[in-house]
Design a protein around this ligand. Sequence first.
Ligand code: NAP
Length: 271
Amino acid sequence: MANKLKVLVTGAAGRMGREVVRAISAEADMEVVAAIDPSFAAANPDTDAGVLAGVGRLGVDVQPGLSDALYRTTPDVVVDFTQPASVMDNLRLVLGDGVNAVVGTTGLTDADLTEIRQLCSTNDARCLVAPNFAIGAVLMMQFVKAAARHMPDCEIIEMHHNKKLDAPSGTAMKTAEIVAAARTGASPDATQKVILEGARGGDFEGIKVHSIRMPGFVASQEVIFGGQGQTLTIRHDTLDRSSFMPGVVLGIRRIGGRSGLVYGLDALLET
Ligand code: NAP
């Protein structure tokens, strides 16, 4: 068999990071060569990333230092599921070293995406940024695009667990962008007396976005379209974090064959 793809996982002790370690270790053509999570590693030295992920010993301890691990293990791909405040520093190191990245961390701004594009072109690196790795969510966005052409009045409600650090979700923002680009001629709201600040949600180019945060949810979204005498609701529910893994594994396999910044899993599914 050809050499395995060497993968470094950042955020390896987090909820998604552990799932990523589990998913990679189940694939024959890739392996985890390094696992980074600074504060976890400081508090729990000598913890094997595989044991932590529940797949048994991989011989890869969770480490604090990304630069050192990049130098030591020369990965083909870095997978980042960390936090909005960490991801850009990580990518400056990773893409700056000419290493390809698959990014699931949400909360990236347009300025961040511009910087990532620049880092890729300066260092001949590739980077997949996917606000949602679940195939059902990608299909939801495709259906939303079709619906918005015919039913331009739309609101988005997204529901996540209460540990999520950003709002609205990256998926909701991407959905709102798709609706805004696809629709023409939405109906304006009546002039309103807003009794409770924020009751109508956030506003992206006239599309209202509502964020719910509570225990019990992983990630769900409803996109509601209103038309004359009818509504259409397109809903996607992520029931557990394993739903993201086929998309992450696909990203790891395919990103090397692309160029620059690839935004959204749908761009990779088409090839
Ligand atoms: P989490 O459980 O908080 O895990 C994040 C982990 O990253 C934590 O262990 C954190 O450590 C660690 N970390 C922070 N800074 C780091 C750094 N510089 N280098 C390495 N590790 C670092 O969060 P999660 O639920 O796994 O979610 C992670 C991200 O993925 C979030 O942005 C979330 O919105 C996103 N997400 C995306 C998708 C998608 O499909 N794209 C799906 C689910 C989640 P400390 O806690 O000690 O700081």
